[in-house]
Design a protein. Structure first.
Length: 193
């Protein structure tokens, strides 16, 4: 048997045309039973039954084509999501240096200032890695409140900021391109006191 391949518009039209031609040729046999040989054996039916089966087959063909298109769209979407995920991911090996530096900070016997400076260097190293992947902070304080980028945790009157402006950031928000990874938690001005 031949290799199965997706039905394209031309082959679909060919199947429909062949069925229509066969029905036209058999139309004079409306009252007589028609014997049809198949791989599974022979079948006897009237012309009306044959027309009904042909209509049913055409409907199945249409449904199959829709399912093929849906599956192809699903496959493309999954591949795109996988590519996006891979481009956003940070290789584990890039984190080893950061873990090593954290281990050194934990085992350090230095004073609080030197440990703080070491942790600051580790934080900068981690942030540089995130920036390399395109991660950036969501602007907050002084910006107009945007529910797509900010999560309001409170509203308060404020003389310096107009209504709907972020007056304080409690937790930094992050985004990758236009995709918000985490919204910033903010306090929004409710207008003047």
């Amino acid at each position: 048997m031949g290799q199965n391949k997706p039905l394209d518009e031309n082959s679909s039209q060919e199947v429909r045309s062949a069925v229509e031609i066969a029905l036209e040729r058999a139309s004079h046999l409306e009252e007589e039973p028609i014997r049809i040989e198949t791989e599974a054996g022979s079948v006897t039916m009237t012309f009306e039954e044959l027309k009904a089966r042909a209509a049913e087959a055409a409907e199945y063909l249409t449904q199959l084509q829709y399912k093929q298109a849906e599956f192809e769209n699903y496959r493309r979407r999954v591949l795109k999501e996988k590519e996006d995920l891979m481009s956003e991911s940070i290789p584990i090996s890039d984190l080893f240096d950061i873990v090593d530096h954290l281990d050194m900070a934990v085992s350090s016997s230095g004073d609080a200032d030197s440990i703080r400076q070491g942790v600051q260097l580790i934080r900068n190293q981690l942030w540089a890695l995130l920036e390399k992947k395109g991660v950036e902070r969501v602007p907050a304080e002084g910006e107009s409140f945007d529910p797509n980028h900010h999560e309001a945790i409170a509203a308060q009157p404020h003389d310096s900021f107009p209504e709907g402006t972020v007056v304080q950031e409690f937790r930094t928000g992050y985004r990758l391109g236009e995709k918000v990874l985490r919204p910033g938690k903010v306090v929004v001005s409710s207008g003047q006191r």
